[in-house]
Design a protein around this ligand. Structure first.
Ligand code: PHE
Ligand code: ZN
Length: 883
């Protein structure tokens, strides 16, 4: 039986940590010499530290340490007796009043990685050792000043059974490899770059390696290695290609070169997050490495490309320049997400990439920013830092960097970034230092812009338009407000990228103002209420506002459906064209929900269908764009526009609209399906865009309800040679009750049961099914031999997909969906508190639902708060969610 990893047990309310309390460390660590002796029973860690005093008045040295068994402490070569130090559950306090400025410590501790289910610190995954130290995992390995502003040079020796663990890796360069007299293998690594402890990594196992190389533009030869479990060697091509593209892109776009002779990636199957940027030794969730067309979807391929890029880009934005403290997390995460989004936009269709990024922001970050867990991208306090790896810090953080980029323009932004790298290389800095460097490098004043860092909530923008036909003047008035900012509301500096369209849909050239002679401009919208006037117009223009989503705001525009349909059909900006279509579709669905008569048939206005038809027949458009433009907004998107969410009505109306669109354009869909399946993809578009459009057509055909399209999907499934088409067929039929559906799911499992990542998809598709039996099916799936709470990917594939991807059944009136979730949270609270805490958020949205559901959801939160041995992680999330 798997033993539960012991967590420190305290019943006191956990302490809150505040940014305003930040103080420089009393001591610094210059070098770390680690020896890690891996064992099956226990692992022994010997840490030799060279320290230096940073505050001459400090009388005590307090090192962080958790879940450690202390064996011995030597100071400057003298063994301390237990009465000379004080070791608690979280600290090792050492007397230092008499030591000189520079001194050394040697600390020996024992740990049990094989019992570590929290996947923090050193743990085992499928028999291999690996580490995860961000944010505060290094203290699970040894006593240390485990904070990012303590940067040291590491030398790491790994000792263990060479048969079980032939591969032994750590950061930096390989120094030595030998067999010890006792037969064990010993491998030593040295990392010349000073780094914070959260970037430390160690891996040991029986792994296969795939190799390649990259020559940097200054001629450094870098060995590239991807380590995977044996049998997966043939699934690394895409990750390797993505890595080389990322290395080249960062040189060209930002002038940043790689700085070691070796870059390693290790794929592990048990991982709490997506991946980790440890210096020279990135550790990845296997989901973001392994892929072949047979086993991974096009979306998986895109995910791998962007996560590989993200972790690689961290080498400069995160590792060379790191965070002073964890309140600065967005310094590295917002910036690196922005950089990976830029990279993906350069590698693929920029408009489609932007649409995907904004969809993700709206789906994950907007609800967070509007709910009880709202926080600024730079939080001011936290209980548990792991709870702040949020969509706000990451995705909204990236939007904030993007706005700086938009305000400065490409050239000045690059100048600012160059100065940032020059000024702060090798340092641990704050977001303030970042903004200052961008300001100084570009010469653009960002004083007011800084408010974005400390303001929670999504700004809402009201729009008022006036056109005077006599003077030919068009006056646009915008007003910003922010519910979450409350009393402290101060107007933000918002870049308004916009253009005007004339009655034919042509771009209007500005005849005055700062963008005279141009058809698009970026205006500074920095007052609460502000007007922008345009003259020389012969008729009322249509405004295309916040092009490319130039600011993370909600537009409360009083634009007519006809105007939206016009922009949907004509806007020059592809992002706004898509967005107009989404807003129009949401309006229509919401109106149908409100319609008093209980008729199940949604009314789709002609203007909407005409615009739809126009896009459907426009063969010039990128097929992937067409697919996005012809897909209705998701149920959760629509939900965000309802004060009290009615999940059933949204589903019913949206499905009915899909059916009507399927039937109205049935012939077009059939034609499109066949073209995409058989005709070659237009040059300059990737094959994946044809699959995306084909499968969009397939879903509309299935929505017609005609039996022949069930057959079409089944045929696609049987003939498919790639995972994208297989999953699309399964997904298209997942909601129906039909023998073909069950057969397909059974065959799929039968065929792929040995591939964990594919079995995850099998769970996900069923978790998102819309059938009367769904809740019962999910309970049955939780008993399935392949289901386990221990593996985060598997847990997310079933429970995560259910709670965030199946609103109708998660919010089932019985409350059963909520109980399933809180059951999982209580089961995970002790074994993996980080993951358990991440599952609390859906319950935190309780205020958005009707009274019965509010009562049911908050009851589960209360139950969670009463759990014995409640972890700090879950406590913080549940407590904030309830109050
Ligand atoms: N720093 C990682 C990334 O964004 C994410 C991560 C955080 C991974 C904490 C593990 C633990 O790339
Ligand atoms: Zn990151």
């Amino acid at each position: 039986m798997l033993k539960v990893f012991p967590l420190s047990q305290s019943s006191a309310k956990p302490a809150t940590i505040y940014l305003k309390d930040y103080k420089e460390p009393d001591f610094l660590i210059k070098t770390v010499d680690l020896t890690v002796e891996l064992g099956e029973e226990e692992t022994i860690v010997t840490s030799r530290l060279e320290l230096t005093r940073n505050d001459e008045n400090a009388t005590k040295l307090s090192l962080n340490g958790e879940h450690l068994t202390l064996q011995s402490v030597k100071m400057d070569g003298h063994m301390l007796t237990p009465d000379e130090y004080n070791a608690t559950d979280e600290w090792l306090h050492l007397p230092v009043a008499t030591v000189t400025t520079d001194f050394s410590l040697e600390i020996v501790t024992r740990i049990k990685p094989q019992e570590n289910t929290a996947l923090e610190g050193l743990y085992k995954s499928n028999g291999n050792f690996c580490t995860q130290c961000e944010a505060e995992g290094f203290r699970w390995i040894t006593y240390f000043l485990d904070r990012p502003d303590v940067m040291a040079i590491y030398t790491t020796t790994i000792i263990g059974d060479g048969e079980l663990y032939p591969v032994m890796l750590s950061n930096g360069n390989l120094m030595q490899q030998e067999t010890l007299p006792d037969g064990r293998q010993s491998v030593t690594w040295h990392d010349p770059h000073p780094k914070p402890s959260y970037l430390f990594a160690l891996v040991a196992g029986n792994l296969a390696v795939v190799e390649d190389k990259f020559t940097t533009r200054s001629g450094r030869n870098v060995k590239l290695q991807i380590f995977v479990e044996k049998g997966n060697e043939d699934k690394c091509d895409h990750a390797m290609t993505s890595l080389k593209k990322s290395m080249k892109w960062d040189e060209e776009k930002y002038g940043r070169e790689y700085d070691l002779d070796i870059f390693m990636i290790v794929a592990v199957s048990d991982f709490n997050m997506g991946a980790m940027e440890n210096k020279g030794l990135n550790v990845f969730n296997s989901k973001y490495v392994l892929a072949s067309p047979e086993t991974a979807t096009d979306a998986d391929f895109d995910g791998i490309e962007s996560v590989i890029a993200h972790e690689y880009f961290h080498n400069w934005t995160g590792n060379r320049i790191t965070c002073r403290d964890w309140f600065q997390l967005t310094l590295k995460e917002g910036l690196t997400v922005f950089r990976d989004q830029q990279f993906s936009a350069d590698m693929n269709s920029a408009a489609v990439q932007r649409i995907d990024d904004v969809q993700r922001l709206r789906a994950a970050q907007f609800p967070e920013d509007g709910g009880p867990l709202a926080h600024p991208i730079q939080p001011q306090s936290y209980v548990e830092i792991n709870n702040f790896y949020t969509a706000t810090v990451y995705e909204k953080g990236a939007e904030v960097i993007r706005m700086i980029h938009t305000l400065l323009g490409e050239e000045k932004f690059r100048k600012g970034m160059d100065l940032y790298f020059e000024r702060h290389d090798g340092q641990a800095v704050t977001t303030e230092e970042f903004v200052s460097a961008l300001e100084d490098g570009s010469g653009v004043d960002l004083t007011q812009f800084r408010r974005w860092y400390v303001t929670p909530g999504t700004p809402e923008i009201m729009v008022d338009e006036r056109f005077d036909p006599k003077t030919g003047q068009y006056k646009l008035t915008l007003e910003q407000s922010n519910l979450k900012a409350g009393e402290i509301f101060k107007p933000l500096h918002i870049p308004l990228q916009m253009g005007l369209l004339d009655e034919k849909g042509q771009a209007v050239t500005f005849t005055d103002g700062p963008f005279k002679g141009q058809t698009e401009g970026v205006f500074d919208f920095n007052k609460k209420r502000q007007s922008f006037t345009f003259s020389g117009l012969s008729s009322q223009p249509k405004a295309s506002l916040f092009r490319g989503f130039s600011a993370p705001v909600k537009l409360r525009q009083t634009m007519s459906d006809d105007a939206l349909a016009f922009l949907f059909a004509k806007d020059q900006d592809l992002f706004n064209r898509w967005d107009a279509g989404q807003r129009l579709a949401s309006n229509i669905i919401l109106k149908n929900i409100e319609a008093v008569d209980e008729d199940d048939t949604a009314i789709l206005p002609a203007a909407f269908l005409d615009a739809f038809a126009e896009i459907l027949s426009d063969t010039e458009l990128d097929r992937a764009f067409t697919a996005s433009a012809l897909t209705l907004p998701g149920e959760q998107d629509i939900a965000q526009r309802m004060p009290i969410v009615d999940v059933d009505a949204i589903h019913k109306v949206r499905e009915n609209a899909r059916q009507q669109i399927g039937l109205t354009f049935e012939e077009n869909w059939r034609k499109l399906y066949n073209e995409c399946a058989n005709a070659p993809t237009p040059a300059n578009q990737p094959e994946s865009s044809s699959r995306k459009l084909k499968n969009t057509a397939l879903r509309y055909l299935i929505a017609t309800g005609r039996e022949e399209y069930i057959t079409l999907a089944a045929t696609q499934f049987r003939k498919s040679t790639n995972m994208t088409d297989s999953v699309a067929a399964l997904s298209g039929l997942k909601d129906i009750t039909h023998p073909v559906r069950d057969e397909m799911f059974a065959d799929y499992y039968e065929k792929w049961q040995k591939d964990a990542l594919i079995v995850d998809k099998w769970f996900t598709l069923q978790a998102m099914s819309m059938r009367e039996s769904t809740i019962a099916d999910i309970k049955k799936l939780m008993e399935h031999p392949a289901f386990t709470l221990r593996n985060p990917n598997r847990l997310r594939s079933l429970i995560g997909a259910f709670t965030s991807g199946n609103p109708v059944y998660f919010h089932d009136k019985s409350g059963e969906g909520y109980r399933i979730l809180s059951g999982v949270i209580s089961a995970m609270n002790k074994t993996n508190p980080q993951i358990a805490a991440r599952f609390v958020a859906p319950l935190g949205q309780w205020r958005r639902y009707d009274e019965d559901r509010q009562a049911l959801m908050s009851a589960e939160l209360e139950k969670i708060l009463k759990l014995p041995d409640l972890s700090d992680h879950v406590y913080e999330m549940a407590n904030k969610s309830l109050h």
